[in-house]
Design a protein around this ligand. Sequence first.
Ligand code: SF4
Length: 335
Amino acid sequence: MLARLDSPSDRPSATSRMEAQGSPFGARRYNAWNDHVRRRHGGRVQKVSVAAGFTCPNRDGALGTGGCIFCNNAGFTPGYLDRRDGIHAQIDTGLGFLDRRYPGTRHFIAYFQSYSNTYGEFARLRACYEEALSHPRISGLAIGTRPDCLPDTVLDYLAELAASHIIELEIGIESCDDAVLQRVNRGHDFACGVDAIERAAARGLGVTAHLILGLPGETRESMLDGAARLSALPLRALKLHQLQLVRGTAMARDWQRDPASVPLLDEEAYIELLADFVERLSPDILLQRLGSEVPPALKLAPQWNMRLSELAPRLSAELARRGSWQGARFVTPAG
Ligand code: SF4
């Protein structure tokens, strides 16, 4: 079942429409990660996925065994990755694809994406990161993890690496609403995310938060409130994802039993929500992703006609239609 959000978005006033001529982000109308990366590194920085065989406390029994109800790591692990290969061999395989797809790219960083990539013995983590960094064509690391898997020892070490490498830390927040986090069996609350982001940022690490828009239990208000709550944190960037049902997940099974229990957004509703969210987000937070695409064989729903590549221009067009931009409705926290 595809749902529309209950309440319509409120529109900017005539005055703010006039001010939009001076959108600080030009025609894009939002603070785009790719623009920032090109300015900072003189070109594209391309992630090369690697799988180091880590697990996560929500799967290995430390917190639970079922995992988050939306999670099937096959949904975001490139098909060519075989973790039985060493990290260098995986990087070489990835570079084989990426050199053809993005010729002339100067910077590649190893992307530890699947599962929780700071969960494990510190010595093992360090060995994996350093193996990736020893590859002659790798300039840094992107590390995806949960907020409850970031002890100070690991953050101190990543901060040390960041002095001489590109280090991107991606923390899965997923929702800013504790009731939603509980419903999706996340195993941590929003305060845990705040704590991890603050401790990482205090060490000078650039933090990207990962958020899913449309999890069951969210309302338009809870998600827009999330934009304000995230804006108050020392985040460098945000990755936004629409809720997709991936085969083999508990959430997909719930939806198959009772579609009303997991309302899904159609593409129009998602663009509208995205624009509402971005208007309320601090203009300082870079948008690294606006959505994602699970491989067709694994995706159960929603089936959109819109391709991922159309999302960015559609968001810009919606913001332009409103005469708005990222942060147009952002309220600076008091104090
Ligand atoms: S989404 Fe991440 S934290 Fe949740 S079960 Fe999957 S790997 Fe673990």
